[in-house]
Design a protein around this ligand. Structure first.
Ligand SMILES: NC(=O)c1ccc[n+]([C@@H]2O[C@H](COP(=O)([O-])OP(=O)(O)OC[C@H]3O[C@@H](n4cnc5c(N)ncnc54)[C@H](OP(=O)(O)O)[C@@H]3O)[C@@H](O)[C@H]2O)c1
Length: 189
């Protein structure tokens, strides 16, 4: 069965964007970007909340010529090759290939997708992922915590969810980013 995985780049105090809507402080350097690419490589399908999709669709059209870093070019190729599902009640059309819109996040449909999918699946941004964690659908989390405090904003992890986690791996990067890889043992909202 495929795993559903939530990955997030966040501040040390646990936010994916600050109160002003900025998240430039999560921008990965080459070392972290290369690592993120290795996390993405085996993924067949991305489940996106509409807001995260609107940020990530940049990778559909970005130039992949030699002026960009190797990690950026590689990420664009991985992104374009994956299937994408965008959850939205407002979005009318999508502007990327291999993409369709779902109007409701149906936990049973996700369970069926996990059973039938030949490769692992990711979920993001934080709002959609929070629902998936609360439903007990998320099997693993990758948190990349940067050395910055932003005080408030959009939480990387949902409020009002109790979950037991097992630390599978950890790693430190030169930039001060720390990677924490957890398996979700059990969760309930
Ligand atoms: N930290 C980072 O590295 C990083 C990287 C990229 C982006 N970001 C930013 O992080 C933020 C993440 O966004 P977010 O967590 O606020 O939102 P999100 O989960 O990406 O998207 C929320 C939207 O998804 C749709 N949605 C959510 N639940 C749904 C459901 N049950 N059924 C149908 N549709 C549903 C709704 O879209 P509608 O309103 O259309 O109905 C909702 O407004 C974005 O601003 C993104 O730009 C951070």
């Amino acid at each position: 069965m495929a795993k559903l995985i939530y990955s997030a780049l966040a501040s040390l105090d646990g936010y994916v964007e600050d109160e002003q809507g900025n998240f430039d402080w999560t921008a990965p350097d080459q070392e972290v970007h290369g690592f993120v690419n290795e996390l993405e490589r085996p993924i067949g399908t991305y489940l996106y909340g509409r807001r995260m999709y609107e940020t990530m669709v940049y990778w559909e059209t970005v130039s992949t010529d030699g002026e960009r870093s190797v990690a950026s070019r590689e990420f664009a190729e991985l992104w374009r090759a994956a299937e994408k599902v965008v959850y939205s009640r407002t979005l009318e059309t999508v502007s990327s290939a291999r993409t369709h819109i779902e109007r409701e996040f149906d936990p049973d449909a996700i369970r069926r997708l996990k059973e039938s999918s030949p490769s692992d699946i990711t979920v993001g941004g934080a709002e959609l992922a929070g629902q998936a964690i609360a439903e007990g659908l998320v099997d693993e989390c990758h948190l990349l915590l940067g050395p910055v405090l932003v005080g408030a904003g959009k939480r990387a992890l949902p409020a009002n969810v109790h979950a037991e986690l097992e630390l599978l791996d950890e790693r430190r990067f030169r930039s001060g980013v720390v990677h924490l890889h957890y398996r979700v043992r059990a969760s309930n909202a």
